[in-house]
Ligand binder design. Structure first.
Ligand code: HEC
Length: 126
């Protein structure tokens, strides 16, 4: 009985990993809760103006829940580079993103954890 349950569980997880929306189906690991909380504050102060307090974008910048920002296409390093040197507009029509000053490496690590945790929980927009 125990073994059957285990097989069912593993099978269920495998299936979930293949779909792309919501829950744990993104393949993104659960992020450290303290980092996520710190990243939330930093994101709201530095990124939300353009990317939205709910990460879903504004008229000044794209949604970080867009499928464009899956880790496989925009890895964590893309977030570091975006904050450090800015982004030349290439995916959207919002214009360029200027570098964001005053963020330490630890700040960026926290911001990335916050974004990944939201992507993991909410899933990606098509
Ligand atoms: C003043 C507006 C603005 C602010 C503030 C802002 N961004 Fe952006 N960001 C943009 C725009 C516009 C783009 C889209 C550029 C494009 O067309 O690809 C973008 C794109 C990005 C990308 C995608 C980079 C790539 O390689 O395609 C990342 C990652 C990103 N922003 C992270 C952040 C983070 C993290 C913060 C806060 C520390 C932040 N942004 C703050 C406007 C902003």
């Amino acid at each position: 009985m125990l073994r059957l349950t285990t097989i069912a569980l593993v099978f269920g997880l495998t299936l979930a990993a293949c779909s792309s929306s919501g829950g744990d189906s993104t393949g993104i690991p659960v992020q450290d809760a303290d980092l996520v909380a710190a990243g939330d504050v930093l994101y709201q102060a530095n990124c939300a103006e353009c990317h939205g307090s709910d990460l879903r974008g504004t008229d000044k910048g794209p949604s970080h829940l867009s499928i464009v920002y899956v880790p496989g296409h925009h890895g964590d390093q893309a977030f570091v580079v975006a904050a450090r040197v800015g982004v030349r507009s290439h995916h959207w029509d919002f214009g360029n993103m200027a570098p964001v000053d005053g963020l330490s490496d630890d700040d960026l690590t926290a911001i990335i954890a916050f974004v990944r945790e939201n992507q993991r929980i909410q899933g990606f927009e098509p």
